[in-house]
Design a binder for this molecule. Structure first.
Ligand code: ATP
Length: 216
């Protein structure tokens, strides 16, 4: 059987339970062999992270330690320059057996911005897209994506066939947690317990990240 691998990119500044629960639910719903969390170095589409690459990577490593099916892939941090998804996909493909199924996991908001990505039309050559649908997100999509959905969408994720090239939507309400809110809470010395794994919280405190005071 061909391996089924999910990839979840992000800045993870810091990683939190929203990312982790989402990864586990996709792993189970789509019966994947693994989901790799891939922290980005220089995010092309957003502001520079508050915390450096190595510490964001350390936190993701701590978060997935001992969690069956979740792992960390640090290739974007080993590369110079912006973390273009297309480069990540090409380099994954160079390593994986050609029949491996790659599921690129992205939220509906990220999917809506796909036509702005570097070499976006090549993305589906390397993977399937698994778009997590949010009940609160507007349904409107640019024409280019509506066309793409007409050509590539399968009715259910279980219908994704082959190494890549298709799109499935997966209903997944997100937990109301964001890295932005966690950074804000830490700057105000609020307790972030249960929003991130305890090991990540300890790391943030030990290193005084995001304005956290050591003793909280
Ligand atoms: P920020 O608040 O700094 O923008 P974030 O919390 O959205 O960060 P990212 O690192 O930007 O986190 O997100 C990485 C991926 O995780 C994205 O695909 C994003 O849609 C998804 N994600 C973020 N928060 C949640 C959540 N609460 N539930 C499910 N998925 C999430």
């Amino acid at each position: 059987m061909a391996k089924k691998i999910g990839i979840l990119g992000g800045t993870f500044d810091p990683v939190h339970i929203g990312h982790l629960r989402s990864a586990i639910e996709v792993l189970e719903d789509c019966e994947l062999d693994e989901v790799r969390l891939i922290p980005g170095a220089v995010p092309p589409h957003r502001a520079t992270p508050m915390v450096g690459a190595q510490q964001r990577l350390d936190m993701v490593r701590l978060a997935v330690e001992g969690v069956a099916g979740l792992s960390v892939d640090d290739r974007e941090l080993r590369r110079e320059g912006p973390s273009w998804s297309i480069d990540t996909l090409v380099s994954l493909r160079e390593e994986l057996p050609s029949q491996a199924q790659l599921y690129f996991i992205l939220g509906q908001d990220a999917f809506a911005g796909l036509p702005g990505w570097h070499r976006w039309q090549e993305v589906l050559l390397h993977c399937h897209l698994l778009v997590l649908q949010r009940p609160d997100m507007p349904a409107a999509l640019p024409d280019a994506l509506q066309q793409l959905l007409q050509q590539r969408q399968v009715a259910h994720h279980s219908g994704l066939q082959g190494p890549g090239g298709q799109i499935a939507l997966l209903e997944q309400p997100p937990l109301p947690v964001s890295a932005t809110a966690i950074r804000g809470a830490l700057a105000e010395q609020r307790n972030i317990r249960f929003l991130v794994p305890d090991a990540v919280r300890d790391y943030i405190q030990q290193h005084g990240l995001y304005g956290a005071i050591h003793s909280i």
